[in-house]
Write a protein that binds this ligand. Structure first.
Ligand SMILES: [Cu+2]
Length: 325
């Protein structure tokens, strides 16, 4: 039973090594360095452990003779000081080598083309794309990137400390109130990934994630141009209910009179991969349930519940929002 349990546990653990949120399945340059560092450290650690345990077993089981004082002293000097110091120095050198910024004769850092501002909120992400030409484009709970281009993130927070991490692309960085941290990342493989908040930020910290979509550069530019436009929408009747129900106090929908900034920008909600910061798929049902019970789906959420609205009203709003692509 114990052996079966161990096997199941290690298979589960290995299962965590691939997929949309694994630092060991890199899709970008920085994450590839992190993964390489992990494997080198793990391999060296295993070898050293095997050598130490091997020596111990040899000394207790096989070797009966007593060492002379001189031989014992040499063993301690080499095995206990010189060899460990050399090995640790090599491993440290390798780790430092993986940081291009402190490498002596490295090429000047590649300039980031696009700048994306991400602000952590309890419990969601405010996202703003700064374009070379034209006004910035606002979004939420999703980050899209062009493949093969370096992107600069400006990371801030408006309440408590959050932490921004896209494991498949690189290391994590804290979002600290009153401070703007800079992180640059370069994606090497198109795909849809996931990033969690990695600093405990309140009741629903574990329900604060975002989707990361790495696109071909042309698709990305087309998508961004689309986001800068007002979505025509389909179920127009929901728009009036949305305005009348007080949602504009907190939400913006481009092209309408809703310009609130307390909650996420909903201008293109229908085209997003997830709802409510990476926790639900986007559909009329999930949108409707979030509108009526945000406090149940996400305890501690800053969005008030609207379960007092008639069901038909909520359905109309949800259908309208889902159509905003
Ligand atoms: Cu957080």
């Amino acid at each position: 039973v114990a052996r079966g349990f161990c096997l199941a546990a290690s298979l589960l653990a290995l299962g965590g090594c691939s997929g949309i949120q694994s630092a060991l399945d890199p899709a970008g340059d920085e994450a590839a360095s992190v993964a390489r560092l992990f494997w080198v450290m793990a391999a060296a650690g295993t070898l050293i452990w095997a050598a130490v345990v091997g020596t111990l077993v040899y000394a207790t089981r096989r070797r009966r003779r007593v060492y002379s004082e001189h031989a014992a002293g040499l063993l301690v000097l080499w095995g206990g000081a010189l060899v460990p110091a050399l090995l640790l120095a090599l491993l440290l050198g390798h780790a430092l080598w993986l940081m291009p910024n402190i490498r002596p004769w490295s090429e000047p850092a590649e300039r980031a083309g696009l700048r994306i501002e991400v602000n952590g909120e309890q419990f969601w992400w405010r996202v703003r794309y700064h374009l070379a030409d034209g006004p910035p484009v606002d979004s939420a709970n999703e980050v899209r990137l062009p493949v093969g281009e370096r992107v600069e993130f400006t990371l801030t927070s408006s309440d408590v400390i959050h932490s921004f991490w896209i494991p498949v692309l690189g290391g994590k960085m804290d979002m600290i109130p009153g401070r703007a941290n800079r992180l640059t990342l370069k994606a090497a493989k198109a795909g849809t990934y996931r990033g969690p908040c990695t600093e405990f930020c309140g009741t629903s910290h574990a329900l604060m994630a975002f989707s990361v979509v790495v696109m071909e550069p042309d698709d990305f530019r087309a998508w961004l141009a689309d986001q800068a436009e007002t979505s025509p929408g389909v179920e127009a009747s929901g728009q009036d209910v949305f305005i009348a129900s007080g949602c504009p106090a907190c939400h913006t929908v481009a092209g309408t009179e809703a310009v609130g900034t307390v909650g996420p920008d909903l201008s293109h909600l229908g085209s997003r991969e997830t709802l409510a910061a990476g926790i639900l798929p986007v559909s009329t049902e999930t949108i409707a349930s979030f509108i009526s019970d945000p406090d149940v789906i996400k305890p501690g959420s800053q969005m008030p519940p609207f379960r007092m609205l008639p069901e038909a009203d909520i359905a109309a709003i949800a259908a309208w929002l889902e159509g905003l692509e």
